[in-house]
Design a protein around this ligand. Structure first.
Ligand code: SAM
Length: 243
């Protein structure tokens, strides 16, 4: 069944022009056809199209709630230093892989200057990827923040025993993220993964992160692109917590 995201009120769904286009023209649904509605906050419903264009008030009705659980069993926050290009794909792939929150970070070697329009586009891409990957929860994409402020705003990083922050550093002598996460699998319910820009983290940034509770980890012997590293790190999370 096709999946669409909507605001639900009283079993009635008013369809926006964008949703009408998606359901009617892209998915070719007709009056009486059923589809799945998600609200992005953990709920799914089976819904039925009641009236479609060119009728005056296109809408759908909720038929029944559906119980689904496709989310990762652990919260994953991704602090990703904005790459020069490729952030659209990065956001899409990390949403498919189950990320809970994306924090676009401006580190010392970040080149891209994020605009409000870009942030809105990334949030739209996330919603599309939630529909495509059949997730229940829409990951949060917070406004871009400097790495220094992200650390200052997270005083709880080293206070809880059930959450662990990792900073990925392209150095082969560090412990591997997979091994570190495997060891904490049974005790950890939240992790933060920080990945750097094309030029990498500065050593001052790595030291500051470690002083704030981050563990420096490797993703293997090869240097991954800034847009590849978060995807690889998230696939390890899935491998550990979902298999
Ligand atoms: N020459 C840069 C350096 O020395 O850091 C390479 C940066 S790499 C293109 C971009 C980011 O991806 C890094 O800052 C790191 O967060 C992550 N990364 C790439 N390969 C990695 C690896 N093998 N282990 C850990 N992190 C890696």
């Amino acid at each position: 069944l096709a999946i669409a995201m909507a605001q639900i009120s009283n079993r009635h769904i008013d369809l926006t022009a964008e949703q009408q286009h998606y359901l009617g023209r892209v998915l070719r649904l007709r009056q009486g056809d059923r589809f799945i509605v998600i609200d992005g906050q953990g709920h799914w419903w089976l819904a039925q199209l009641q009236v479609m264009l060119p009728a005056p008030s296109p809408h759908a009705e909720i038929l029944e709630a559906i119980s689904v659980q496709n989310e990762l069993p652990i919260e994953v926050k991704l602090w990703v230093s904005l790459p020069k290009t490729g952030f659209d794909d990065l956001v899409r792939y990390c949403t498919e892989l189950g990320v809970s929150e994306i924090v676009p970070v401006i580190s010392q070697r970040t080149v891209l200057k994020p605009s409000l329009q870009k942030v809105e586009r990334w949030r739209r891409i996330i919603r599309e990827a939630v529909e495509q990957s059949e997730r229940q929860i829409i990951p949060t994409l917070v406004d871009p923040i400097s790495f220094v402020n992200a650390i200052a705003d997270s005083p709880d990083l080293r206070l809880t025993t059930t959450s662990q922050p990792y900073i990925c550093v392209a150095r082969g002598d560090l412990p591997h993220l997979y091994d570190c996460m495997s060891r904490s699998q049974s005790t950890c319910d939240s992790i933060t993964l920080a990945t750097g820009p094309e030029g990498g983290w500065t050593s001052a940034e790595v030291e500051m992160a470690i002083a704030s509770g981050f563990q420096a980890v490797s993703l293997g012997q090869r240097i991954l692109r800034a847009v590849t590293a978060p995807v690889v790190a998230l696939s390890y999370v899935s491998a550990i917590w979902e298999t």
